[in-house]
Design a binder for this molecule. Structure first.
Ligand SMILES: Nc1ncnc2c1ncn2[C@@H]1O[C@H](COP(=O)(O)OP(=O)(O)OP(=O)(O)O)[C@@H](O)[C@H]1O
Ligand SMILES: [Mg+2]
Length: 460
């Protein structure tokens, strides 16, 4: 469902995402821990300084001066407050905000034991520290100090927002990087598959371009190239076999044909003459088949090169019409040639002739007695010409149109009654393609069939 490329991108992004989130979580937690420890340490040193000051004042039996006590430096702290209690829970010094603070649990504040706690108002949170201490007169007190946690929380919030930005940004960057990395990694494979797509039975001499790196992809490419090589050999030997067989069959066929023709002339018995005639028909079909097969195998092996000359199309078409006229007369089909100008193109005359003969032959073959076949020559523009072959015969059903240019394809309806091998159009199309032209067909069953051949005036 998903391509390997997208799976790799997803895996990269997921792994990096999990790692980044994990790291961020650890960094956040350790920063939080460090922030609170710093706050506690600062609060402790502030409390100790304050407590020393208070203890000193109390031992001298002096009145505590709130203003003076407030001037004790609270390093690294903001929003500091303090209150002083004696052991009968009486508040001696008090700060307005701290009056909201919870009552001290005196059992926990044992002598000389520091005790931390937290307190949250709707607006702010505080870290509280209780220090019990004793004066020289052995009176017991508890000093309660508090510092706002706002700064620490602000720092943590900042860190949190940085992570909120960094994590998705990191994921996007990883995704982009993974995309380019996997694209680069798969490039040789994509290139190989592009070339592999272009390799068909007709160009098995092509090979996949191998990547320089001696890796698994190269090994795969080499294996595929070896496979194509074996296929090429197999195809070549098969084509050679068809060509050789057709060639070998042709000579004895010609001999048999000549012998039978002589025999036919000599015979007087009508029945025997008839059976020789039908044998000659069969031999004719067989000769056509072998020559079509030979042509196709030559076309396949690219043995046939175009012998380009300037060809007068009007003349060539007239020749073809003349060649097939007797066949048309036999079938009572009228051949019409519509040419207004003389047209000259660069082409292989003999091959074009076989194209036109094939198409006119089909048109006559599939026409009904009494109908007509027209051949029209049109000039499209200065670069292209079009030859149209139209008949009013049996027509071709739409679902068969895609197959008629395939080798050995013959319509089921015509197969039984009309002779042929289904190779004429395959050869025709290959020759038109060699001329960089185009052949199209349109047809209506029982009404007409139109083949159009478009050819360049000058192919190179
Ligand atoms: N003008 C046409 N009208 C109707 N059907 C046609 C026409 N031309 C071709 N076809 C259909 O296309 C099929 C293939 O044509 P193609 O020329 O390749 O073979 P064929 O004429 O049967 O045999 P071959 O040309 O080898 O002697 C035909 O068998 C026929 O069914
Ligand atoms: Mg034909």
């Amino acid at each position: 469902m998903f391509s390997i490329k997208s799976k790799i991108i997803f895996a990269y992004t997921l792994v990096f995402g999990v790692m980044l989130s994990g790291f961020s979580f650890i960094i956040f937690q350790s920063t939080k821990h460090a922030e609170f420890q710093k706050l506690e340490a600062n609060l402790k040193s502030y409390s100790v300084a304050l407590q020393t000051e208070i203890a000193e004042e109390l031992s001298k039996d002096r009145e505590l001066d709130l203003k003076e006590l407030r001037s004790v430096r609270a390093k690294g702290l903001s929003g500091v407050r303090f209150q002083l209690f004696n052991y009968s829970h009486k508040k001696i010094l008090s700060d307005s905000i701290l009056s909201q603070f919870p009552e001290i649990n005196f059992n926990q504040t044992e002598k000389q034991v520091f005790h931390y706690s937290k307190f949250h108002t709707p607006k702010e949170s505080f870290k509280i520290l209780w220090i019990p201490f004793e004066t020289e007169q052995d009176s017991l007190y508890v000093l309660e100090t508090a510092a706002s946690m706002k700064d620490a929380y602000e720092d943590l919030d900042r860190l949190f927002y940085i992570f909120i930005i960094i994590i998705p940004l990191g994921l996007i960057l990883t995704g982009i990087m993974a995309y380019f990395i996997s694209k680069a990694a798969f490039k040789p494979i994509t290139q190989m598959s592009e070339t592999a797509k272009k390799i068909t039975g007709n160009n098995l001499d092509q090979r996949l371009k191998l990547p320089k790196a001696k890796d698994e992809v190269r090994a795969l490419g080499e294996t595929l190239n070896e496979m194509v090589e074996r296929l090429d050999d197999a195809f070549k030997s098969q084509k050679r076999f068809v060509a050789d067989a057709s060639h070998e069959i042709r000579t004895p066929l010609t001999v048999i044909q000549t012998e039978l023709e002589i025999l036919e002339r000599k015979l007087t018995d009508a029945e025997a003459k008839e059976s020789i005639k039908s044998s000659l028909n069969e031999i004719d079909g067989l000769t056509k088949l072998t020559s079509s097969l030979l042509t196709l195998s030559k076309l396949d092996s690219s043995q046939i090169k175009l012998n380009l000359t300037l060809v007068r199309l009007d003349e060539l078409l007239t020749d073809c019409i003349q060649l097939l006229n007797s066949q048309a007369i036999k079938k009572n089909v009228q051949l019409n040639l519509q040419i207004s100008d003389s047209v000259e193109i660069k082409a292989d005359k003999e091959k074009l002739k076989s194209v036109f003969v094939n198409l006119i032959d089909n048109a006559i073959k599939f026409s009904n007695s009494g109908s007509s076949v027209s051949v029209k020559l049109e000039i499209i523009d200065s670069k292209r010409i079009k030859i149209i072959f139209e008949d009013n015969g049996s027509g071709i059903p739409v679902h068969e149109l895609p197959y008629i240019f395939k080798r050995f394809y013959r319509s089921n309806e015509t197969r039984a009654e009309i002779s042929g091998n289904g190779l004429g159009l395959a050869i025709t199309k290959e020759i038109v393609d060699m001329h960089k032209g185009e052949i199209t067909v349109s047809s209506e069953v029982g009404a007409n069939t139109v083949f159009s051949v478009i050819l360049p005036v000058n192919i190179f």
